[in-house]
Design a protein around this ligand. Structure first.
Ligand code: 6GU
Length: 224
């Protein structure tokens, strides 16, 4: 999978060299590149924003640098490209959406700041063949920009690529799996900690009873 993120703060993406996602890049399962939007400006101030038509507070990101940056990255990719525009007004991201995107060959994240990206950018790429445009939000609250949202989405999809997680069974058992249930509570040694005991059933050795208990606990947590 090839992932690129266009942003005025490409440094936001340096943690992607850590941990499992860093390993995925070393193994060649994933290639990641952060792209500086200001490289696609042509004025001395490297301007990426301007005042909104119609008035109002805040600034809007100009369409020209975005168009140039996205075109430049698209020209380096083959096949279908998912272009993800991060916006609090987008479709709310969830595990189903992560599963869908984990099958993509190429993803470009457009990380807007300020009051957002000129709406014509989304409109323009909607009609480009081989580009699937998504407008995604990660929840009902407002961030200063799309970078943190892109990081969360990248982590959730890269871990679903076969071979990225050592034990694939941990994927099917985890929270927000197909059934939509969250996970059962987990315990490890010591058997007693600060006066609290591990549920006795987990040390019983009765695997059938343990499986039933976990199912019930998961259901209870989901309902709560
Ligand atoms: Cl994708 N962007 C911004 N700026 N705020 C958000 C968001 C995205 N998702 C939730 N809040």
């Amino acid at each position: 999978m090839r992932i690129e993120a266009i942003s005025i703060f490409p440094e936001y993406f340096s943690p992607l060299s850590l941990s499992l996602i860093g390993k995925a890049q070393e193994n060649g399962v994933l290639s990641f590149q952060a792209v500086d939007l200001r490289e696609f400006t042509h004025d001395p101030h490297r301007t990426v924003d301007d005042t909104p038509y119609g008035g109002g507070a805040g600034m809007v990101m100009k369409p020209e640098p975005w168009g140039e940056a996205i075109d430049a990255r698209l020209s380096q990719m083959d096949g279908v490209i998912d272009l993800i525009i991060l916006t609090p007004a987008g479709r709310v991201f969830d595990q189903r959406y992560a599963e869908e995107l984990s099958k993509s060959e190429n993803i470009i994240f457009a990380c807007g700041r300020y009051e957002g990206i000129d709406a014509r950018v989304e409109q323009y790429y909607r009609d480009v063949e081989s580009v699937r445009v998504h407008e995604i939000s990660i929840g009902n609250y407002v961030l200063n920009g799309g970078e943190v949202a892109a990081l969360a989405i990248i982590e959730s999809i890269v871990r679903l690529i076969p071979g990225v997680i050592g034990n694939p069974e941990s994927l099917s058992e985890e929270s927000h799996n197909e059934i939509g249930e969250v996970e059962y509570p987990v315990y490890t040694k010591p058997a007693q900690w600060r006066g609290i005991n591990v549920p006795e059933i987990l040390t019983s050795g009765n695997h059938g009873a343990i499986a039933r208990w976990r199912q019930e606990e998961a259901k209870r947590r989901s309902q709560r």
